[in-house]
Design a protein around this ligand. Structure first.
Ligand code: ADP
Ligand code: UDP
Length: 241
């Protein structure tokens, strides 16, 4: 399947149409942004690493019966996906206090949560992705209550699987962001699952293996992404989550 026409260029990926009107190619770039696009940079080979990480995780989620947009990985930076009407909500799932939650609640990063927290943010760059709740989602027609329930159920399933999966390769899944969309009337998990949108900490050393290395100028950014890929690919067969 070849790329035909650029449909959209975002901060980290480009979407292309294909010969099949139901399918798109997501092209993963090396560009990285943080703080609502105010910080910009390049993480060498990020596009290649993120495409591999995300494709691997989507395959594993599909095997668990979780519906995703993933179809194939035809190239090192290319993911073939089902075309979605993206629901403009970022679904954030948290297992450990970090980032904006630590700030908002005045808690130390690394505090484990007794229960998983799901948060919703309105996907809008000009507004800086404000936090919203189910009332906003319903009142502003961002999604129906049924769609919201479906996204929540899926996000919790994704969290259960990924937490165990990452744990089995020595990584703590601290938090992550998911996006959903509609394809032929079905809600599918879209976008990507990569160290750009997840907080991944080495279980033993607590070393950050994600975009916080870029956000906080910690160095060794692509090395950390590479390590994540290596760890998830090296997972021993007997230990499959
Ligand atoms: P951003 O738009 O935030 O800068 P990206 O650079 O990652 O982000 O661009 C990818 C865009 O493609 C995102 O806006 C995302 O919502 C959208 N997207 C992800 N998967 C699909 C899909 N299967 N169909 C249509 N759009 C998608
Ligand atoms: N996240 C993301 N895109 C966003 C905002 C957050 O992928 O626009 C991810 C982020 O990488 C982290 C989780 O969602 O894994 C929670 O992020 P948080 O709310 O703590 O915000 P941040 O500290 O990134 O500003």
């Amino acid at each position: 399947m070849k790329k035909i026409e650029k449909l959209y260029e975002g901060k980290a990926k480009v979407l292309y149409t294909t010969e099949d009107e139901n399918l798109l190619i997501q092209y993963f770039k090396d560009e990285a942004t943080a703080f609502d696009g105010k910080k910009k940079g390049i993480i060498e080979n990020k596009g290649i690493l993120n495409n591999s990480i995300s494709s691997h995780l989507f395959r594993r989620l599909e095997a668990q019966g979780i519906k995703t947009h993933f179809v194939d990985m035809p190239g090192e930076r290319e993911m073939l996906v089902k075309k979605l009407r993206i629901i403009p909500i970022e679904v954030v799932v948290r297992n450990v206090v970090a980032g904006s939650l630590a700030k908002r609640m005045g808690l130390e990063e690394g505090t484990p949560l007794k229960e998983t927290i799901i948060e919703f943010y309105y996907k809008s760059d000009p507004l800086g992705d404000p936090m919203i709740n189910a009332y906003h989602i319903k009142a502003f027609g961002l999604a129906t209550l049924d769609e919201l329930k479906e996204m929540e159920t899926s996000a919790l399933k994704v969290n259960r699987f990924l937490t165990e999966f990452f744990d089995s390769v020595g990584i703590t899944l601290v938090d992550f962001k998911l996006e959903y969309g509609v394809h032929k009337g079905e809600i599918l998990l879209g976008d990507e699952i990569t160290p750009d949108g997840c907080r991944l900490w080495d279980k033993q050393t607590k070393e950050k293996l994600d975009k916080d290395r870029f956000r906080r100028d910690l160095g060794q950014v692509s090395e950390a992404y590479e390590l994540v890929l290596k760890k998830i690919m090296d997972q021993p067969k007997g230990k499959r989550a």
